[in-house]
Structures are given as C-alpha cells and as structure tokens.
Design a protein around this ligand. Structure first.
Ligand code: GLV
Ligand code: MN
Ligand code: MN
Length: 410
C-alpha cells in the first residue's frame, strides 16, 4: 500500500535518520560520506517529483521544478540536511521533505505554477564541523567570508579541503551565489524545537523573528602539574577557571530576561585523572531576540571571565567564531502563510525562534517566512525529537495552500 504524503515524509525522515557517520546514532556533518548519501537519496526523490537536481560548488543540493512559462520568477523552499551529533530525525530534513511533498503533489496533478520552485537542501546549517552556522545558506546568499575556507576541523582538515573531498570546488563558491533578482522569497518549514505550539494545542505556527546569536571559542591556559604534589594555593588550574565561566554564563542568562547561554563543548588537557588541567578549550553560545541585549551580555561575560581568570593566573583567549543578528521574518510573506493556516481552519499563532535557521542568511537575498511544526515536549537536538504524522499532514497542506495563494497573487 502506498503511503499518503505525510506518511511518505515520516518514512523518508526515518530513512535519512539511518544515513549517519556513526553506527548507533545520527550524526551527519558537512562534507561527510553520510551527507553525500543523504544528498543522493533526496536528489532521487526530487527527480521522482519531476524536478532536476544538482549540487552546487559547496555541496548544497538544489532541486528545481519549472514554472508553467519560461522567464517566470522563482520561489525558494528548503532547509538543511546536515545534523548535530546524536541528532533527532526532523531538525532540517522535515523542512526539505515537506516542501518536496508539495512539489510531488503538483507533479502528480500535472500542475505547474506561474513561478518555478527551487528546493534547497543546505549542506551545513548546524556548523558542527567548522563552527560556522549557515555555511550552506551563506554560500547561496554570497555572504560567506573567503577566510572561512581556511578554518580547520578537529582533524586539521580545512574547509577548502573538505569541500574538494565532497566533490565541490572552493574556488567557485562565488558562482553558487543565487541572484536575488528573480526571486519571490524563501519559505522554510521546520520543527519548532520548543514547547509553545504543544502548550497551545496547535499543529503549526508562523515565525515572527529569529534570535541573534554569538558563538565564542574560549581557551583558558594555566599550568599543568602533579595532582599529588602541587598545593592548592599554588595551582593555576584551567578547569577551575572554566567552571567559573560556565556558572557565570548561567547566572547572567538567568538574570537577563530572554537571554540564553550554553557551554556545549569543553575539552580539558592533558586529560588525566592525576594531572592538574593546564588548558581548557570551550564553546560559548549566547542568544537573544534583541541584538543590543546580546552584545551587552557578551561584553559583561567577557569582563567577568577576564577578571576571574586573571585572579587565578590563567590566560584567557576569547575569539568570536560566529555572529548573526536577530532577524524579523518578512511581514507580507508571513501574512500569506498565516492566510493559508486560516484557510485550513487553524488558529494563528506567531512565535519567535530561539534556534537559528538558514533563513537568516537567505534574508540577505530575498524576503523570508517560516512555518513551525509542533514537536513533542519541545525536545530537539536530541534523538528523542518527535513530530506527529497528523501535524506533518497539516504542514504539507499549509505549504501547499501557500503555494497556490502565491499562484493567484503573483
Ligand atoms: C541550530 O539549530 C541552532 O540554532 O543552533
Ligand atoms: Mn534546523
Ligand atoms: Mn539544529
């Protein structure tokens, strides 16, 4: 028995969840064989839906469904196909596959729209390997700084090398920049990754704005030494300084409404139970809907970290790896999504996104709108991520309706 569109999306999310770098959990970082296989699978599904499919010079997957006439404008749809480490099934792939289901429906009906659809499977949104969130969408928007090509991953492989190994061409990234001239906009479907829609008993909602974020690489350098012989008052323990920074970040975020701060990576060297940690490298991720609040918090935290480390004789290196400003979604395009939700009889909720999304980078090119889909318990970046089949069906219907609304108005 063939599956309905939502069932197909769920089955495909489950299939992609097995396309991983690791045997027992889903990890699909940029430039890996797993991402290559995921791109190949989605490209096949795109072709079956009447689209052409190709990879750009970075490794973004681009499917195209032509308009009823040549020379028509283009609407961008999409999301990302990379994942975090030990990821859930839906963060990224859901958006690609819901959009694909809408194109499949048009194809099955033998229907073309007065605009073409380009469906983007971004090669790196999470920034896990190079700490560069929105890598894929920045290439499409033409905003990736060339210096990023020299970034090295944990194994010393530069981004330029990884692009080449993936079959791309770091020298031709500029050619993958999408011109904004013929675009109608960009619309992304994504799981909410938070608990609001569930609490309001709603299957979907529109996104009002996406929080700005800063990611900092911090290195604290003290002196490694013997755990048995160096008295406590003569130690320069880098991990103790790191612990102070972790708790200072938590305290500041708790005291600042709307601020969230996370230390998700921490590496203590040399890493032996009988050696005082001489050096700690850690990541700090800090976000707020208001850029001024985020910038103020960051400056304050840095000051505290310098003061605390200094008091311990620890050197602090603080490097901003990534920053993006808060972004308001486009009012007109969002209004069209809202109308599609209303036309299907669902109440409307607009909510901000604390998670980052490719639309932040694509907004440099064209107006963006986003549709959130309810997820269970607000859980995401976690293998327990879960969405309901029925909600996926609603998302397909809303996006499908949105496409037809654009059809009547553009
Ligand atoms: C991406 O998922 C992010 O917000 O970190
Ligand atoms: Mn995502
Ligand atoms: Mn994510």
């Amino acid at each position: 028995m063939s599956l309905d569109p939502a069932g197909t999306v769920m089955a495909r999310c489950a299939t992609l969840a097995t396309v991983s770098e690791e045997p027992d959990r889903l990890t699909r970082r940029f430039g890996t064989a797993a991402l290559r296989d995921a791109n190949a699978a989605v490209a096949e599904w795109m072709r079956a839906a009447g689209m052409t499919a190709r990879q750009d010079a970075l490794g973004n997957l681009i499917g195209r469904y032509e308009a009823e006439q040549t020379g028509a404008k283009t609407l961008l749809l999409g999301s990302h196909l990379d994942s975090v480490i030990d990821a859930g099934k839906y963060d990224g792939p859901l958006g690609v596959l819901v959009a694909l289901a809408c194109v499949q429906r048009l194809h099955d009906q033998g229907r073309r729209l007065p605009f073409a659809i380009e469906l983007l499977g971004f090669a790196d949104e999470e920034g896990v390997r190079y700490h560069t969130t929105y890598l894929g969408s920045q290439v499409v928007a033409g905003t990736l700084a060339p210096a990023a090509l020299e970034l090295a991953d944990a194994d010393g492989i530069t981004l330029a090398q990884a692009i080449r190994a993936f079959g791309g061409d770091p020298g031709r990234l500029a050619e993958s920049r999408r011109s904004g001239d013929d675009l109608l906009g960009y619309c992304e479907v994504h799981i909410e990754q938070g608990p609001v829609l569930e609490a309001r008993d709603l299957p979907v909602g529109v996104v009002s704005a996406i929080a700005g974020q800063s990611r900092i690489a911090v290195v604290l350098t003290g002196v490694a030494g013997h755990a048995g012989t160096v008295p406590m008052d003569l130690r320069r323990d880098a991990l103790c300084a790191a612990a102070e920074l972790v708790l200072a970040a938590e305290a500041l975020a708790r005291d600042t409404p709307g601020l969230v701060a996370t230390i998700g990576q921490l590496d203590a060297r040399p890493g032996a139970s009988n050696v005082i940690p001489g050096q700690v490298t850690l990541s700090l991720d800090i976000r707020h809907q208001d850029d001024a609040h985020r910038e103020r918090a960051l400056a304050e935290l840095r000051q505290r970290a310098e003061r605390n480390a200094g008091a311990r004789g620890i050197a602090l290196d603080w490097r901003i790896v990534q920053e993006s400003c808060a972004l308001a979604c486009d009012t007109a395009l969002t209004e069209r999504l809202a109308r599609a939700i209303a036309a299907l009889g669902y109440p409307l909720l607009a909510l901000p996104s604390g998670a980052g999304h490719d639309g932040v980078a694509i907004a440099a090119l064209t107006p963006i709108a986003m549709l959130f889909v309810r997820c269970k318990g607000g859980v995401s970046h976690n293998p327990a991520e879960s969405v309901d089949l029925a909600d996926v069906g609603v998302a397909i219907d809303v996006l499908g309706r949105f496409l037809l609304e654009l059809r009547t108005e553009d």
